[in-house]
Write a protein that binds this ligand. Sequence first.
Ligand SMILES: NC(=O)C1=CN([C@@H]2O[C@H](COP(=O)(O)OP(=O)(O)OC[C@H]3O[C@@H](n4cnc5c(N)ncnc54)[C@H](O)[C@@H]3O)[C@@H](O)[C@H]2O)[C@@H](O)CC1
Ligand SMILES: [K+]
Length: 489
Amino acid sequence: MQSLSALYDNAALRELEKRACAEPDIDDTTLMRRAGQAAWRCLLEHWPNARRIVVLAGPGNNGGDGWVLARHARDSGLDVCVVHPSSMPPRTPLAMRMAGEYADAGGRAEAFSGVLPVAEVIVDALFGIGLDRAPEGETASMIAAANAASSPILALDVPSGIDSERGAVPGVAIFAAHTIQFIAAHIGLATGAALDHVGSRSLSTLDAPAACFDGFAPKAEVAASPRFPRRARDSHKGRHGHVLAIGGEHGYGGAILIAAESALRGGAGLVSVATRAEHVAALLTRRPEAMGHAVEVAVDLQPLLEHADALALGPGLGRGEWSHGLFEAALASGKPCVVDADALNLLAAAPRPLPGAVLTPHPGEAARLLGSDTASVQRDRYAAAEAIAARYGGAVVLKGAGSVIAAPGRTSRVLAVGNPGMASGGMGDALSGVIASLLAQGAAPFEAASAGAWLHGRAGDLAARDGEAGLLAGDLIGHLRAAIAECTA
Ligand SMILES: NC(=O)C1=CN([C@@H]2O[C@H](COP(=O)(O)OP(=O)(O)OC[C@H]3O[C@@H](n4cnc5c(N)ncnc54)[C@H](O)[C@@H]3O)[C@@H](O)[C@H]2O)[C@@H](O)CC1
Ligand SMILES: [K+]
C-alpha cells in the first residue's frame, strides 16, 4: 500500500503511470479522470461550503486534471470558472479533450486578464511534475494573483512553481493550503523551500494496481520514529556507552556544554568533555553529571579517547592549532564519531574517508565539504547529502527544513519532524550530542544519524508547544527524555 512516506522521483512517476496504463481497463484518460475526481473529493472534504471556485489550468496534463475537477464541481452546482494563460491553451491531447468536455457541458472558462474572479477556493492546476523552468510572465502573474487572494489554494499534484524532484523553488510558486499528490508521493515536496508551499498533504494512488510498484524502490523515505528496547532492570551506566565531547576553544564554551548535556539526555551512561580549562568549572556547575577535563595539548586527549565509545567532535572547536591537534587525534582514534561545526570545516580543508562517522553539516558547511555553494546545495538537498556521503563514506545529516539523512548504499531518509523555532544557536550542538549518545549506545552510523535527528526534531516539536520564536536548545534538550520514552517499547 502506497503512503506519503515512500518518495519517488519524476522518472519513477512516469514509469508508474506507464505501467498502470498497461493494465487492462486502465488508460491515460482513465487515470486523468480519476485524478480530477480525487481532487474534487479532496476539495469537498476540506471546503464543504465552498460555492464559488476558480481553477487555474496550465497547458499540460496538470491542467487536464483541473478541467476534470471543474466539470465535477459544475455538475454539482457550484459556480466554477477555469482561468488559463492567454498564451497557453491546453496543449496535450488529454488536456484538450478534458477542456473540450468541460466546454461542451457549458462550463465557463476565460483567459487570464490580470485579475482572478472572486472564489472561496482556488484550484492550482497550472504545472505539476512537468515544470521545467521558473514560471515567468503571465503564469508568474497568475501565481502571484492566486497567492495574493485571501482564498485557500488546493494544489493538484504539485504546487505550481515547485521543483517536484528537488524541493527547490526556482522562482515564484503557489502557497497551497493543501496539496493532493497523484499515484505516489513526490520526493521534492518533503524538503527545503518546498515545505513552505505544500501546506498539508495527501495522496491518491488513482487505484494504480500494487503490482505497478513491483521492483520499484522509493528514491527516499520519510524517517519513521525510531524504536528503542526497554532497559534491562539490572542495567548499569557501563552498558549505555561513554561519549567524549571535544571542543570549546577560548570564548566558545557554550557549544560543548550543550553537546554534553544533550548526550546525557540522549541516554548515554557516561559523558566526558575535553575542553579548554576555563570551561570546566562552568560545565560542572551546569551539569555535574558530566566529567570535565582540561585539555591544553592533543596528547592529553589520548587517555580520554581510550575510554570513550563515541565522540562528539567539533562544537566550538575553532580552527586554530589547538583545534587542529584535537581534530587529528580524535579522528586517528578510529572511534565512532559525530563530526560537526568547526570539525567539518577542518575536514573540508583536509578531506579523507570517514566510514564510521556521522557528518552533520548545515547547508553552508555542506557547500564547503563539496567545494560548491549554499544555493547549489539547497537546489538539490538529496543530491548534496548523497554526494557528501559518497565522498566521505559515513552517514550524513544535511540540516535545514526537511533534514536529509544519507549514507552509501542506503535509501536516503528525510525528516518530517522539527519546526522553524529550531533555527537558533546551539541546536546543532544538541543534535551532535544526541547522535553521539546513540553511537555510544551501539547504533551504527546511519541508524544513529536517523534516530538522533528524529529525536532532536521531535523534542523540538514538543518544546515548540509553548511557542516557536524564542525556543532555545536548552528547551529542546529538556524534552529529549520524553521523545525517547515515546519511542521505547
Ligand atoms: N504521471 C502521472 O502519474 C499522472 C499525471 N497526471 C498529471 O499530469 C501532470 C504532468 O503532466 P505534464 O507532463 O503534461 O506536465 P505539466 O502539466 O506539469 O506541465 C507541462 C507543460 O508545461 C510547460 N511548462 C513547464 N514549465 C513551464 C514554465 N515554467 N512556464 C511555462 N510553461 C511551462 C511544458 O512545456 C509543458 O507544456 C502531473 O503533475 C499530474 O497532475 C494525472 O493526470 C494522472 C497521472
Ligand atoms: K499544480
